[in-house]
Design a protein around this ligand. Structure first.
Ligand SMILES: [Zn+2]
Length: 220
């Protein structure tokens, strides 16, 4: 394998690939006023999302708990944060209404990044760990998702993982780079327990916020 290619692969596997800068343009230093994050707690109200195999815990509830902690972390780092929801309720009476309102919020002008928080579920109960999805083909989204999954696997002392391409409403709609974070698997008994612990949620939230800020520091 040629050295350059090897280095590129190594970077893809281990590096938080930042958003490309425009050539010849001097990037200004990031300032808190410039960082504006849209933060979405997935599901809510009538739409509970996935549920825990052992305890029946609703994904919507855990998404909100983690999202509120991410909000705290981002604000502590100097970011402005717009939450799609801060309560248990959905954003409308039907899935259609909810998505329409969520979509509007996720298109808020001037945002630097959009982050949607979810919990995963899979038939094979051994499968565990966080995942970060970007909209397939979105370069900046891929870089953002790469920074977030790097930060998460590092915080959880797991082997590095690549971000995953996908096609989800919450990564498709925003005009800014967007990532859908699956914090862990409610189908894995150990993770189902951990995801309900405040200390674990805090670790996830801090890692997600660090990943987002690392991406933005590289993109301004
Ligand atoms: Zn979900």
């Amino acid at each position: 394998m040629r050295n350059g290619l090897f280095l590129l692969l190594l970077l893809l596997l281990t590096g938080c690939a930042r958003a490309p800068k425009a050539q010849g343009e001097r990037a200004p230093l990031p300032t808190p006023e410039r960082v504006y994050i849209l933060l979405d707690a997935g599901h809510g109200g009538f739409d509970g999302g996935a549920s825990g195999s052992e305890t029946g815990v609703r994904e919507a509830e855990l998404n909100l708990q983690v999202a509120l902690l991410v909000q705290q972390e981002l604000e502590a780092a100097g970011a402005r944060v717009l939450m799609t929801r801060t309560g248990e309720e959905a954003l409308g009476d039907t899935k259609r209404e909810d998505m329409a309102r969520r979509g509007e919020l996720l298109q808020t002008e001037g945002a630097d990044a959009a982050v949607s928080i979810h919990m995963n579920k899979f038939p094979d109960r051994k499968v565990k760990g966080p995942m970060a999805y970007y909209q397939a083909g979105a370069e900046a989204g891929q870089a953002l998702a790469g920074c977030v999954i790097d930060s998460l696997t590092e915080a959880l002392e797991m082997a590095p993982r690549l971000p995953n391409p996908g096609n989800n409403f919450v990564t498709r709609v925003p005009a800014c780079p967007a990532v859908l974070v699956e914090c862990g698997f409610l189908s894995n008994p150990e993770e189902e327990r951990l995801l309900q612990e405040e200390g674990y949620q805090q670790t996830l939230a801090a890692a997600i916020a660090r990943g987002v800020m690392a991406y933005l520091e590289g993109s301004f």
